[in-house]
Design a protein around this ligand. Sequence first.
Ligand code: NAD
Length: 321
Amino acid sequence: MKTALVCGAGGFIAGHLIERLKNKGYWVRGVDIKAHEYRPTHADEFMLLDLREPDACRQALSLGDGTFDEVYQLAADMGGMGFIHSAECEIMHNSILINVHMTHQAALLGARRYFFSSSVCVYRDMQPGEPEMTEDQAVPANPDNEYGWEKLYSERMAQAYSRRYPMQVRIARFQNCYGPFGTWTGGREKAPAAICRKVAEVEEDGTIPVWGDGTAIRSYTYVDDMVDGIYRLMHSDLQGPANIGNPEYVTVKELVDTVAEISGKRFNIQWVAGPVGVQSRNFNNERIYSTGWRARFPLREGIRRTYPWIAEQVRLARGEG
Ligand code: NAD
């Protein structure tokens, strides 16, 4: 039986990844600084550990006399644009410590394959209509925020260790990911979850505030597609980073319209100043396509699977469950 360590197991994407690995017959250990807020873990074993500490990383990676076949590193001090812009010191301090110690300890303890969850935040801003950007165009680097700089350093560190140690490293640069069982309130939620929550909360013909002017262009990847990409990339021969993202690019206004349609609610939008992030995105997917990966969930279908879960959380939080 293959063994996998999943770091960040109390979080959104890792929670879904563990479910997938269990369905594929793995023995899975999950680690996180907190338990999952929205559902019980599917992992065989769950450890509460602060992965900023080298000893905790060693404990997470230790498996009797053996070593893990696969390590998936998804732990990060993480949130949407509001969080990224207000917590840059926490992001740079906490996430870099996690990655420095996990990469180092995984290599020393002989992990065979190591997956690192990076982000398209490593790229510079783009203008609408620009041609697709490939992975090697992340340098010369000019990320829009410190979260991107932290990811870029951690990518390079993992690659350096793969040159020194017999540890295969796989790196994915995720586009925005959304789906059920993810953060939907509290300040760390990302745009799709925040908009689903605001729409679920608004009275008929009421108004929801949305940051920016609605013209920013994004791609939103449904979590099942993301997990499929992670799994395929981990088992591929692809060295170096690979973008993973839905090729369906939409404006933020189109995202709001999609949520409105799925919810069946009528409301007004008030565009307000806020930390929107970059203006545009357009990334090349050829590397991840070479693994056979394709996005299977258009935005409308992903929101159709996400909105009811968030609307239910809103009802439960209001005591209407
Ligand atoms: P998440 O916040 O739901 O999960 C991250 C988990 O890491 C959390 O459960 C958190 O408690 C845990 N963590 C934080 N500090 C820790 C510590 N010191 N020790 C142990 N665990 C700790 O985020 P997510 O959306 O599931 O993201 C997973 C990974 O994917 C992250 O590396 C993130 O940067 C990356 N990513 C996500 C997106 C997205 O749209 N969700 C986009 C690009 C990249």
